[in-house]
Write a protein that binds this ligand. Structure first.
Ligand code: DGL
Length: 262
């Protein structure tokens, strides 16, 4: 492993590209390998054993590709599998952290909303974060049933996505939330619609920028931050149909995405 080794990143599908975007902005000198497990998405409806199995297989692949650090760009897989992965591999893992802490701290209404998958709400990881950082507020939790699938199908801005988002978000808005936490990496791709639906004074929290800063911190600690002298490269793999992945890499990523190796 050296500084020029790539950062591995994976998600149940294309959602983790919302994290890749922030990593490119924070660390433009790094090479990246992304793995979208679109054949098995959504993880939200799978058992813990299955999610651990998928996460293991993908980490094995990324480790064999020489990844110096792996980002679990999936809240569900972080909650279920990251402890197992850290116990199994010697390279560092960085996971998703629901942005409950900053939302709870800044809330004036005393009510915050979280939109996530059913599996994420059940994880000890999520409940520990909530228990530690949200005792001063009421946390309204809504399962975004069907939203991951719509983003996977390239339908993030469809009428049906809007219909579902209205159904999920408006009850929380009516209850008086002043902060909304996006607890799934697919959801930032729904932001154009979310902004159309909720009042502008409700602050939206996406943990991806904080995750990118954490990647920098960990790489600094282990002495493997790439100073940017070498030419960074990127590669994007999918276990399923890669049409949407390719479309989103072209359209939704920062224009500074490193040259792709096909
Ligand atoms: N992007 C994943 C997450 O952040 C989606 C989970 C799923 O596939 O259900 O949780």
């Amino acid at each position: 492993m050296d500084k020029n080794s790539p950062i591995g990143i994976f998600d149940s599908g294309v959602g983790g590209l919302s994290v890749v975007r922030q990593i490119i902005a924070e660390l433009p000198g790094e090479s990246l390998i992304y793995y979208a497990d679109s054949a098995n998405a959504p993880y939200g409806s799978k058992s813990s054993e299955q999610v651990i199995g998928f996460s293991h297989d993908i980490s094995e692949f990324l480790n064999n590709m020489g990844a110096k650090l792996i980002v679990v760009a999936c809240n569900t897989a972080t909650g279920i599998a990251i402890n197992y992965l850290r116990d199994t591999y010697s390279i560092p893992f960085v996971g998703m952290e629901p942005a409950i802490k900053p939302a709870a701290k800044a809330s004036k209404s005393g009510k915050i909303g979280v939109l996530a998958t059913a599996n994420t709400f059940e994880t000890e990881h999520f409940n520990r974060t909530k228990g530690l950082h949200a005792n001063n507020v009421e946390v309204l939790m809504t399962i975004g049933e069907g939203l991951v699938e719509l983003v996977e199908q390239g339908k993030a801005t469809s009428d049906y996505s809007k219909e579902l988002l209205i159904k999920y978000l408006m009850p929380m808005v009516d209850e008086g939330i002043d902060h909304l936490v996006l607890g799934c990496t697919h959801y930032p791709f729904l932001l154009p619609l979310i902004h159309e639906i909720i009042p502008p004074e409700i602050q939206i929290h996406d943990p991806a920028p904080a995750v990118a800063r954490q990647v920098r911190k960990v790489l600094e600690e282990v002495g493997e931050l790439n100073p940017g002298n070498e030419k960074p490269q990127s590669a994007f793999f999918s276990s399923g149909n890669r049409t949407v992945l390719d479309m989103m890499v072209e359209n939704a990523l920062d224009s500074r995405v490193p040259p792709r190796i096909k």
